[in-house]
Write a protein that binds this ligand. Structure first.
Ligand SMILES: C[S@@+](CC[C@H](N)C(=O)[O-])C[C@H]1O[C@@H](n2cnc3c(N)ncnc32)[C@H](O)[C@@H]1O
Length: 220
């Protein structure tokens, strides 16, 4: 792949409308049954006042937090998704690429209790971005990452590397998305290298499923 990070963000340009329909229509069963609730409970459990949702997409988490009286800002690299989040009531949604955030090119505020990333860290070089987010947190703050569980999606190839999501089975018109698979050790090492210490790790699971639906890490 020539420039997979760029292709990744480009894919969201193509997929934005189908993604909005899928998320808002509840088409993704694992989200409906397990992972939305897991993310919300992990956030609420820390009783934050101010949260930054990194890669906020169409903004479902921003709305869920605002409904609970939490001040939530969002940032995402795709203009159509940010516009959809704003149109649905999240005025504090901003368009910026992760590269811009890592370089500190945009004022996204600071003093956050939590920075969250829900299935939104899909590129390879996440360490500069995580380090930049650490600088936006209060000293007591934490980073909360929910992602695909590496053991559930490894498909017999348990090593870091670029993969492709085809969105087969999702309704609508999709362009394949490159994404970077990382092992559990690689996730923990990236957090460590960005200056974080792991505070907690969860493997949200549906009672009728034999595999976890996600990996959820809390680091401070
Ligand atoms: C799977 S979606 C998740 C969206 C949202 N967090 C949710 O839970 O619905 C991944 C999001 O990451 C964003 N994203 C991916 N790469 C990015 C980049 N390099 N810069 C900014 N945003 C990016 C996409 O635009 C997309 O909204």
């Amino acid at each position: 792949m020539h420039d997979p990070e760029n292709a990744l963000l480009q894919s969201w340009r193509h997929n934005a409308q189908a993604w909005i329909a899928a998320v808002r229509g509840g088409a993704i069963e694992s989200r409906r049954q397990v992972t939305d609730q897991a993310m919300l409970l992990a956030i609420l459990g820390r009783q934050p006042e101010r949260v930054l949702d990194l890669g906020c997409g169409e903004g479902w988490l921003l709305r869920a937090l605002a409904e609970r009286g939490i001040e939530a800002s969002g940032v995402d690299g795709d203009a159509a998704l940010v516009a959809a989040a704003q149109a649905a009531g999240s005025r504090q949604a901003l368009q910026a690429s992760y590269a811009q955030l890592a370089e500190g090119e945009l004022d996204i505020g600071s003093g956050y209790d939590l920075v969250c990333a829900n299935f939104a860290l899909l590129h390879q070089d996440i360490i500069p971005l995580l380090a930049a987010m650490k600088a936006r947190l209060l000293p007591s703050g934490a980073m909360l990452i929910q992602t695909l569980h590496p053991w559930s999606v490894a498909d017999g190839d348990y090593q870091d590397g670029w993969r492709q999501e085809s969105f087969a089975g999702f309704p609508g018109d999709w362009q394949p998305m490159p994404w970077y698979f990382r092992t559990l050790a690689s996730w923990l090492s990236a957090l460590d290298m960005a200056g974080f210490r792991l505070l907690g790790l969860q493997e949200p699971q549906h009672p009728q499923s034999a595999v976890p639906q996600s990996l959820l890490m809390i680091a401070g």
